[in-house]
Design a binder for this molecule. Structure first.
Ligand code: BEZ
Length: 271
């Protein structure tokens, strides 16, 4: 009998041990958040909780949510003094309005950006801030193209339909925020070539961890074959001195919930 690939739940230990760069890069975003003592701050997509804990260290009251129960279990083990709940960016609810929502390296997993933004708008105080970084337009483009081509080479039709990611441009995402009652104060899209751990196995590990959706229904042998093809295609550009470098591009954005009753200042020009 053939072994068919079924997407697995998140492996929280593998994530924590081999992909710590995810929250290490998040430290800069924490400086932008600038959490203050007593603020109520939600970490949306907290993973194994490392950044939530940093926010709490600043004296803020935190809650970390993640839609993967395995991540929440690990976060609770790591930081038993903090509050972590299974929750989804599209429909989480809070009892008391928040001063800020922070989100690092998560929102590219949610195609329904309007639902998330609507929800943020409901959860924040007026003047509350949304501070996020995630994959932006062009993120992991070389890896994604190599996956498409390799899947097609083994006979998978329409591999684009297997892509689970959402990588908006600044214009697209800032417009959505404005349509949902936010003022966008800061937005930037930048390349951040990201060294992957595990030497020669770096890109294979990354694909195992993050790209399982592309392999649904394939055999284990087909998956290994596709990964080898991807490595061959990417080696000339993304492998340097014994290390794989992923072609990350980040969108970083800060938006503030507008007061819906405030009148917009108008300027009268006297003729
Ligand atoms: C990212 O952080 O850009 C990313 C991580 C996993 C899958 C896709 C993108």
């Amino acid at each position: 009998m053939k072994n068919i690939v079924i997407p697995k739940p998140w492996d929280a230990s593998l994530y924590q041990e081999k992909h710590s760069f995810v929250w290490q890069y998040g430290e800069e975003l924490l400086q932008i958040l600038n959490p203050q003592p007593g603020e109520r701050i939600l970490d949306l997509g907290c993973g194994t909780g490392q950044l939530t804990e940093k926010i709490a260290q600043a004296g803020a009251e935190t809650i970390g949510i993640d839609n993967a129960p395995e991540m929440i279990e690990k976060a609770r083990q790591n930081f038993p003094q903090l509050r972590f709940e299974v929750g989804d960016g599209r429909n989480f609810q809070v009892d008391t309005p928040l001063d800020a929502v922070f989100s690092n390296a998560v929102l590219h997993w949610i195609q329904e950006a309007s639902l998330v933004i609507n929800n943020l708008q409901a959860a924040l105080k007026i003047g509350g801030r949304f501070v996020a970084e995630f994959g932006g337009k062009g993120n992991v483009n070389a890896i994604t193209q190599a996956l498409y081509e390799s899947l097609e080479e083994i006979g998978v039709s329409n591999p684009i339909a297997r892509n689970p990611w959402y990588y908006p441009s600044i214009g697209e995402y800032a417009s959505l925020l404005e349509q949902h009652g936010f003022d966008v104060n800061y937005a930037v899209l930048f390349s951040r070539p990201t060294p992957l751990t595990a030497g020669d196995e770096g890109v294979a590990n990354w694909i195992e961890m993050f790209a399982s959706n592309f392999f649904t229904g394939l055999t284990v042998e087909e998956k290994s074959w596709v990964i080898r093809l991807v490595e061959d295609k990417l080696k000339p550009t993304l492998y340097q001195n014994g290390s794989w470098i992923a072609d990350y591009r980040r969108i970083r954005i800060v938006a503030v919930k507008r007061n819906p009753t405030a009148t917009t200042a108008t300027t009268t020009i006297n003729p």
